[in-house]
Design a protein around this ligand. Structure first.
Ligand code: NA7
Length: 536
């Protein structure tokens, strides 16, 4: 006998930062809500990304929820840049603190969500066969996720007889590298974190690098009691700064102008910022990465650092960032990445110059030479932002498929809603600024804005809300226009979709910054939800 579908008011897909807070908000409104989550526990991207060295690039004191003063005071971060286990613990803490777990179903991957125009309800089905119906569906699926990993289109992975893992789907029990010959493909933020950790136990490590990243030192360290106390005392001010900053970071605007300081002074300042570590290393000068002279100075500073750390000049030449301007791809943070290449058992292979041709039973072939490998680690990134949506069978009015609507590139109104998909709302969806910011800050905004929209419908007695096609088209176009004038046009990147073969080169992120995005969304609300249509 098949179990009948549970009847709910709202369904949330995913239990990461977004799903946790969305459930809390919907429950506060008195809506019967259930979260479906593919993982065994909460965490989302921070549940699956358990690879060695997995760590956040944002500082812990602002990589968190700001909506609850109690939670801000009760939780204490131990390190400047939190590692995956600590973030997972934090999200479990919040879940239990708000008693959310009872409305979450784990090990349950949503496969489809289908809208019925007559009943005005969505039917959601999970991999377990479980079904539920609801008036609202909110996707909290993230943009860089385990459902849409990017596996390299290199022939022969099925021939490889060793173990292989993608970093975004890392086994919970871990991987033992001791005494093994390990190959890492990919040197984005993930590969850069994993390499130094894997090198600690592997017998031999070969890093296959296509594009050398611009990398800054994290200078991670434990947080002192005094520091934590000071942060906790200043949270109201920090929260204000986060909300009014381009990237959702509580940083002051750069204090120096490259044009106004001498070269010696510029070098001294850059060195000082480098020694402090973190993403602020490139936030030194007002001119930023958009100004060619400032950029050239900073790029050369980075290259010089690589040459001074990496002793072997051949390795240093491969690792030096070049071939594209700084800022055109995500800048990474490291802990001992360059130093790791001074170890005799760690090599780097330039696979841009000589690409990987195929995998064999026992290794990786590059230019007719086989690199013998026991364990292969694919740090090759994601089919970002549109990928996770296209993996699910989401059907709106007249059976239109969201996967098809997103085939030609990202589209959405305000990065949170889709024309033809009534009452389907997306946290950090396509054409949203989230992935160019400190993500939890963007998530918090989207959750609150979506909750207000739903509350508006409930209060006014509207059964259905959806954006007009015109509003969606305009926002989609604006997303592309903003990217045209950015440094991102000068490289291939996941942000442009150009890391996935066949994916259209369209920018996935709205580049106006979180502060402007907040303003734009408020303007929409204040203008009686301009761009949306409501029906009773
Ligand atoms: P990224 O940033 O997409 O990096 C993927 C890396 O994998 C990058 O170095 C790629 O080189 C490399 N790659 C991908 N396919 C291949 C093939 N076929 N051959 C060789 N090398 C390849 O993913 P991450 O997981 O590091 O980071 C994703 C985001 O998560 C990051 O931006 C943070 O926001 C958190 P390429 O640069 O394309 O030449």
């Amino acid at each position: 006998m098949t179990k009948s579908a549970e009847e709910l008011d709202a369904i949330v897909i995913g239990a990461g930062f977004s799903g946790i807070y969305m459930l809390h908000k919907l429950r506060e409104m008195g809506l019967r809500t259930r979260v479906f989550e593919a993982g065994e526990g909460v965490g989302g991207a921070w549940y699956w990304n358990r690879y060695p060295g997995a760590r956040c690039d944002s500082e812990s004191y602002f990589y968190c929820f700001f909506f609850s003063d109690e939670i801000l005071q009760e939780w204490t971060w131990s390190e400047r840049f939190p590692a995956q286990p600590e973030i997972e613990r934090y999200l479990n803490f919040v879940t239990d603190r708000l008693d959310l777990r009872k409305d979450m179903t784990f090990n349950s991957r949503v496969t489809s969500a289908v809208y019925d125009e007559e009943t005005k309800r969505w039917t959601v089905e999970a991999s377990t066969g479980e079904k539920a119906t609801a008036r609202y569906v909110v996707t909290a699926i993230g943009g860089l996720t385990s459902t849409a990993t990017n596996l390299p289109n290199i022939p022969g992975i099925e021939d490889f007889k060793g173990e292989w893992y993608h970093t975004g789907n890392w086994p919970k029990e871990g991987v033992d590298f001791s005494g093994k010959r390990v190959g890492v493909i990919g040197t984005g933020s993930t590969g850069i974190q994993a390499v130094p950790e894997i090198a600690k136990t592997a017998k031999h490590l070969t890093v296959f690098q296509r594009t050398p990243a611009y990398i800054m030192p994290a200078k991670n360290h434990p947080l002192s009691e005094e520091y934590v106390e000071e942060v906790k005392a200043n949270y109201p001010e920090i929260k204000e700064k986060v909300r009014s900053h381009w990237g959702g970071q509580p940083y002051d605007a750069p204090a120096y102008s490259f044009k106004e300081v001498s070269l010696d002074e510029a070098e001294r300042l850059q060195e000082e910022y480098w020694n402090n570590g973190g993403l602020r290393v490139i936030q030194l000068f007002k001119e930023g990465t958009q100004d060619p002279a400032t950029r050239e100075f900073t790029e050369n500073f980075f290259r010089e650092k690589v040459r001074s750390i990496v002793k072997d000049p051949v390795k240093a030449e491969i690792l030096e960032p070049k071939g594209y301007p700084m800022g055109a791809k995500r800048i990474a943070l490291d802990t001992n990445y360059y130093e790791t290449f001074n170890l005799p058992h760690v090599d780097v292979v330039n696979v841009k110059k000589t690409p990987i041709t195929n995998f064999t039973e026992t290794g990786v072939m590059v230019g007719g030479k086989e690199y013998p490998i026991d364990i292969l680690v694919l740090a090759t990134g994601y089919d970002a932002v549109t990928g996770p949506f296209r993996k699910m069978d989401i059907r709106g009015r007249g059976g239109i498929k969201l996967a098809e609507r997103l085939e030609d590139g990202p589209r959405a109104y305000l990065g949170m809603s889709f024309a033809g998909f009534p009452n389907l709302l997306a946290i950090s969806g396509p054409c949203n600024p989230a992935l160019s910011t400190n993500v939890p800050a963007s998530i918090e905004h989207d959750v609150e804005w979506i909750a207000d929209l739903i509350e508006h419908c409930e209060k006014e007695g509207f059964a259905v809300v959806e954006p007009t096609q015109e509003a969606e088209d305009e926002w989609t176009e604006e997303t592309q226009t903003k990217a045209v004038n950015s440094v991102f046009t000068e490289a291939d990147s996941w942000q442009f979709g150009s890391n996935v073969p066949g994916k259209p080169r369209r920018f996935l992120i709205w580049l106006g910054g979180l502060h402007k995005f907040r303003e734009r969304c408020k303007e929409v609300t204040d203008a009686d939800y301009a761009g949306f249509k409501f029906t009773r």
